[in-house]
Write a protein that binds this ligand. Structure first.
Ligand code: C2O
Ligand code: CU
Ligand code: CU
Length: 488
């Protein structure tokens, strides 16, 4: 097996050496970064904050004079930034004006399964859907995107994605940059390939990760720069690519001060030269700028020796200039970063009542492909479990769980790096690696409506690398779908 893998790996390495992409130094940063607008909302009589999202087809001008057919929410590409506070009740009225059915999933949100927007909550072409829930989690950078069974990659690639920011009282009291679009800047990073006017979404031959583009966009802006007027600038990074893994860093090697992971603040800022985000993952970082300077946020090849396979298949070997930061000649002073950010609310795993394991292969999870009529796992409301994730086929995969923010316990038996010690809903599982996570299921119980877990490389997800779990009351009725025997 190992010899075969080495021979095949060597062949792939040879095939792709010539296909390596580098845009470093080749980007002229001529376009001002577009910041997605904050979504308008109204508050109805019972105090619910109400948003409207309209899925629509349109045309986008990524380069002047060239119009590309795209999809978006309330606009032609991407969507407005929704924003709500812990404890607030929200309702989102979704209208689908697209020619095909879709769904809208609130990635990272703790909410009842029927509101989750996964493949069971289809919004038909011409139809609408109005989920509502109470925000019951700390401040975080979450996002929303379609999740129609088998077509998620296509819908996200055409432009359907947006941010959902959460606030809470404790984090609002911290001296962090927080002026949206001024010193607190969303950065939705995607890779694209443009064939003249049109998107080319073709997959590269034999690169079984799905789509890998040739250049990047931030917030739908090609070759972007952002003008900075404050000493400290906070970037909310989202890897909204369908397959590409980024390793972000600054061109002069100055550290990024990471303050948050997928589901909210770390316990303390963490200075790191490199920050890896696989599809679906988020991180918030703070950069200290000097007056008048120009810095470039880049994606670098993965650290030398990290792993051969991901470099070959995950596009990690490619390098991209992502976003230029242009400091104004004089900068407004910023308060120094606080040494402590937020106490962790994550489960430690010590009270885990159940262990389960998930063998990840492109062909399926635990040897099964996604089946919407099968419940793969039933968990009990109010309990903590430990899940072991094993990458078994040498392809890059990650693992995303709906509804929860989990703790990464260890990676190949070693403590996770500080970047991965905060709240996580998606974790990269490098080829050959084993990652253990602790998750707590808060409910509510709804044994008839599943949540998803899946690889967030969307081509893999669409091909069936996904499973379903339901939350049941202790001793309550088992799933109403046709249940499969649980593993673990
Ligand atoms: Cu971001 Cu199940 O998805
Ligand atoms: Cu999700
Ligand atoms: Cu995968």
């Amino acid at each position: 097996g190992t010899l075969f893998a080495l021979v095949v790996g060597g062949l792939f390495a040879w095939l792709y050496t010539g296909a390596r992409i580098s845009t470093v130094g080749a980007v002229d940063f001529r376009n001002a970064l577009v910041v997605p607008p904050l979504a308008a909302s109204t508050v109805d009589a019972d105090g619910t904050r109400v948003f409207d999202l309209r899925m629509q087809a349109g045309q986008s001008e990524f380069t002047p004079g060239t119009r590309t057919a795209t999809w978006g929410f309330n606009r032609s590409y991407l969507g407005p930034t929704l924003r709500a506070t812990e404890g607030e009740k929200v309702r989102v009225r979704v209208a689908n004006t697209l020619p095909e059915e879709s769904s809208v999933h609130w990635h990272g949100m703790h909410l009842p399964a029927a509101m989750d927007g996964g493949p069971h909550q289809v919004v038909p072409a011409g139809g609408s859907w109005a989920p509502e829930w109470t925000v019951a989690q700390p401040a975080a950078t979450l996002w929303y995107h379609p999740h129609p069974h088998g077509a998620t990659e296509a819908h996200v690639q055409r432009g359907l994605a947006g941010l959902f920011l959460l606030d809470d009282a404790r984090s609002a009291a911290l001296p962090l940059p927080r002026s949206y679009g001024v010193d607190d800047i969303p950065a939705i990073v995607q890779d694209v390939r443009l064939d003249g006017a049109e998107f080319d979404h073709g997959h590269q031959l034999m690169r079984n990760v799905g789509f890998l583009g040739e250049r990047t966009m931030v917030n739908g802006t090609l070759d972007p720069y952002v003008s900075v007027g404050d000493e400290l600038v906070r970037l909310r990074l989202l890897n909204a690519s369908t397959a590409r893994v980024y390793t972000f860093g600054l061109d002069d090697g100055r550290p990024l001060q990471q303050i948050a992971s997928d589901g909210g603040l770390l316990e303390a800022p963490y200075a790191t030269g490199r920050l890896r985000l696989s599809p679906g993952e988020r991180a918030e970082v703070v950069v200290r700028m000097q007056p008048g300077e120009r810095r470039v946020l880049r994606s670098y090849p993965l650290d030398a020796g990290l792993d051969f396979w991901n470099q070959r298949f995950g596009g990690g070997d490619d390098s991209f200039d992502v976003l230029q930061l242009r400091a104004q000649p004089t900068l407004r002073p910023s308060a120094p970063l606080p040494p402590a950010l937020a106490a962790s609310r994550l489960p430690t795993g010590e009270d885990s009542v159940r262990e389960r394991s998930f063998d990840l292969r492109m062909s399926g999870i635990n040897g099964r492909k996604m089946d919407m009529s099968r419940v793969d796992e039933t968990v009990t409301r109010g309990t903590t479990e430990t899940w072991t994730l094993r990458n078994e086929d040498g392809m890059p995969h990650n693992f995303h769980v709906h509804d929860v923010q989990f703790r990464v316990l260890d990676i190949d038996s070693a403590a996770p790096p500080p970047s991965l010690r905060g709240p996580k809903d998606t974790v990269f599982v490098p080829p050959g690696s084993t990652v253990r996570i602790a998750l707590r299921f808060e409910g509510p119980a709804d044994p008839g409506t599943p949540y998803m877990y899946h690889c967030h490389l969307l081509y893999h997800e669409d091909r069936g690398m996904m499973g379903q779990f339901v939350v049941a009351e202790p001793g309550g009725p088992v799933a109403a779908l046709s249940p499969a025997p649980s593993n673990g």
